[in-house]
Every structure is written in structure tokens, then in C-alpha cells.
Design a protein around this ligand. Structure first.
Ligand SMILES: [Ca+2]
Ligand SMILES: [Ca+2]
Length: 392
């Protein structure tokens, strides 16, 4: 009995053999270890690099043995594995299908060893240093303000990098960005209510009695339901700016809307694709609308026809949620048809201010990283909200 337990223990140790992998592509800053354990292989992925990787294939040769000592060798492959910048550890199980396939020809097969590991991983992001540090400044009453994320300084190409965008996304140009902080989420209903309760502030929609063409509608009353964790909408640029001014006074730090440059840099998070996750729109990553403008669509992980609670999808590599879709986000920059510098600055109000990211009712083409929306400072509707920025 004792011996059998010892054997079992030794077998487990053998099965837990860890094999470091060497890559076959230029991906020096990632490490991929493999643990084989009875019926599966665990890929342990670690990315110490300040940029993401996309691994098209991770492959190991597995040695499978059954209880009678019969041996089989099979390839075990993981495909299309995304590794965000500075990702801690992603665990990916594989190999169970191989075991299942061998069940008919081998009695009780289990994986005892893996060898000849190979992977193909390409850098997915460039020129970024992810610093996913989240912080919250304190308000005067000692309570915590909205969650903010430090965005590292860097340099990126702004505009229609992939081609096929609009003329106003040109010229594609390099821009340097200083370190700054960005709201982790779009500003929520609860966060906005706190400001309103503290100040008695009335939004443009409340003062003028309508949210766009919706008579009697405002951020409290939209015609669709919103909880405290949904993004506030029906807020004009004036309203959003008033919030940032209040928060600045409360915290003693300078909060404002992001510039257009900061917004695109933060959304791209080093990516050079149409969306931060790739070139294909996907309701698995964001809440946006039908293929043709302008209606909401619930599909897959995106189960909302209207707004979704902030943070319902994965964060981008900088740790920001819902930059793509949910609600358009006011920036502080004035619009120009052709980029010539205003995108790097904040304007003092204006009739043509830029919004970014698209909304729950926006078609996929217009939730791209490079897409630009334009509204005057008093305009508000149920697809527009905002996100905070703060200088370092
Ligand atoms: Ca949706
Ligand atoms: Ca958004």
C-alpha cells in the first residue's frame, strides 16, 4: 500500500515535469512553460514585455502512456493565443482532445511528458510601456473618486493606419505622448449623480427640456434603463467639463477630458489595427450596433441593445474598458478636417469638438480607433458620455 502511494506520488511528479520552451520566432521577451499533468497540458504564459504578443501557434510533442505501458506520441497545439502587454500569467489548457481521441485505442491514456516545444508569436503592439497602475484620488469628504489608470509615455502613429478610413483621419502622423492618467471606465451614472447631488448642477438637457430630439429626456430618464454602473449619457461637453472642474476642486488635482491624441493613444494601447484587439469588429470585445447605422444590437458577449454596465468586456492592454463603443466619449480637442495640431490640445468650448469611440448604436466601421465624431459643445444625446483624463 505504502509502495503504491509512493509510486503514485512519483508518477505525479513525473507528470508535473516542467519544460521550458524555446521559441522559433523573434519573441525574446515572453516565456512559455508547459506542465503536463495526467490528461492535459497546461501552457503557462508570461509576458514581461511592455507590449502585447499574438501567438498564432504553440505546439508541443506529447508522450502519452496507458496503464499497460503502451506509448503514443501526438502533437498538442494551442492556436491564436493573445498575450496582453505585461500580462501576469495566462493559463491555457490543451491536450484533452488528444486524450479523448486516444481513448478507443489505448486504455486510460495519460500524458507523461512533453518535448520539442515550439511557438510562433509576433509582437502585437509597439512603442508602449504598459503601466496598469490603477489609483483613485480622494474627495474632500475623504471618499474615493473615479478609478484612473496611468498611461505610459510613448510614441504612436495616429489616424488611418490600415487604410479604408475617412479622409478626416489623415494624414497619418507620428505623435509623442507624455505620461498621463485616463479614466478606467466611462464616467458612470453614480459618479455623475454624486456631482449633481453635491452641487445642484442641472445639465443642458434638463435646462432645455430635451435630450437631442427626445422631449423630456435627460440623464436620469432616458427611455431605457440604466443602473448606477452604466455610463452617464445625455451629457453635453459643457456638462462633462463642469464635472471635471468640480472633481478637480474636490481632489486638488487637475481633471479634464482627454485630448484627441491622448484618446486614440490610450485606446490603441500600442496596437496598429482597426480595433485594439485586431482588424475585425467583434461583439465579444465591445458593445456596438448593427452593421448599418444606427441601431443597437445584442450578439454574443454583447447582450445589450442599449448601454452596458461599464467594464462588461475585457480591458485593452492599457487596462481601459469600453473605449470602443458603449458611449461616444467627449474629448477636449477642437475638430479640424485635416490633422494639423489641434488634436494635441484642449479647446475652450467650440462648435466642433471631437468625440471618440462610437456607441451602442454605432456601426462597426465607426467604432474604429481612428474614427472621429464631431458635435458642438451644447449637444447631448443618449449615445454620448465621457471619460476622464488627468496630467501626471
Ligand atoms: Ca450591443
Ligand atoms: Ca466608449
Amino acid at each position: 500500500m505504502k509502495t503504491r502511494n509512493l509510486n503514485k506520488f512519483a508518477g505525479l511528479l513525473l507528470a508535473m515535469l516542467i519544460t521550458p520552451i524555446s521559441g522559433i520566432a523573434d519573441s525574446a521577451k515572453i516565456t512559455i512553460d508547459v506542465v503536463s499533468k495526467d490528461e492535459f497540458v497546461l501552457f503557462l504564459l508570461k509576458n514581461d514585455e511592455y507590449r502585447g504578443f499574438q501567438c498564432s501557434e504553440i505546439r508541443v510533442q506529447a508522450k502519452v502512456v496507458d496503464k499497460d505501458g503502451r506509448v503514443a506520441r501526438r502533437s498538442i497545439i494551442a492556436l491564436d493565443v493573445a498575450m496582453p502587454a505585461n500580462s501576469l500569467e495566462i493559463r491555457l489548457e490543451a491536450g484533452k482532445e488528444v486524450i479523448a481521441a486516444l481513448r478507443n485505442e489505448m486504455n486510460q491514456p495519460r500524458i507523461v511528458d512533453v518535448s520539442n516545444p515550439q511557438y510562433r508569436c509576433e509582437p502585437k503592439t509597439v512603442y508602449v510601456t504598459a503601466d496598469k497602475k490603477v489609483f483613485r484620488d480622494r474627495l474632500q469628504d475623504g471618499s474615493l473618486g473615479p478609478e484612473m489608470v496611468w498611461i505610459p509615455a510613448g510614441r504612436f502613429r495616429m489616424g488611418d493606419i490600415q487604410g479604408g478610413g475617412y479622409r478626416n483621419e489623415k494624414p497619418v502622423h507620428w505623435v509623442s505622448v507624455d505620461k498621463f492618467a485616463m479614466g478606467r471606465y466611462e464616467v458612470t451614472v453614480a459618479e455623475f449623480r454624486r456631482f449633481v447631488n453635491a452641487t445642484g448642477y442641472r445639465t443642458d438637457a434638463e435646462k432645455e427640456g430635451s435630450c437631442w430630439w427626445d422631449e423630456g429626456k435627460n440623464w436620469r430618464n432616458l427611455g431605457f434603463s440604466q443602473t448606477d454602473t452604466h455610463p452617464v449619457v445625455c451629457v453635453s461637453w459643457n456638462d462633462a467639463t463642469a464635472y471635471t472642474e468640480w472633481l478637480s476642486k474636490q481632489t486638488g488635482h487637475t481633471y479634464r477630458l482627454s485630448t484627441e491624441v491622448q484618446w486614440e493613444y490610450a485606446d490603441r494601447a500600442g496596437s496598429i489595427t482597426k480595433y485594439w484587439w485586431g482588424n475585425t469588429a467583434s461583439h465579444e470585445y465591445a458593445n456596438y450596433g448593427k452593421d448599418q447605422c444606427c441601431e443597437g444590437l445584442a450578439k454574443g458577449k454583447d447582450s445589450w441593445v442599449y448601454t452596458s454596465p461599464v467594464g462588461s468586456f475585457a480591458a485593452n492592454p492599457f487596462g481601459l474598458y469600453d473605449t470602443v463603443g458603449n458611449v461616444w466619449e467627449w474629448t477636449c480637442s477642437e475638430y479640424e478636417d485635416k490633422y494639423s495640431g489641434k488634436e494635441q490640445r484642449c479647446a475652450n468650448r467650440g462648435s466642433r469638438l471631437v468625440l471618440r469611440g462610437g456607441s451602442w448604436s454605432t456601426e462597426p466601421r465607426n467604432v474604429r480607433a481612428a474614427t472621429r465624431g464631431i458635435y458642438s459643445h451644447g449637444v447631448r444625446n443618449n449615445i454620448v458620455g465621457f471619460r476622464l483624463a488627468k496630467s501626471s
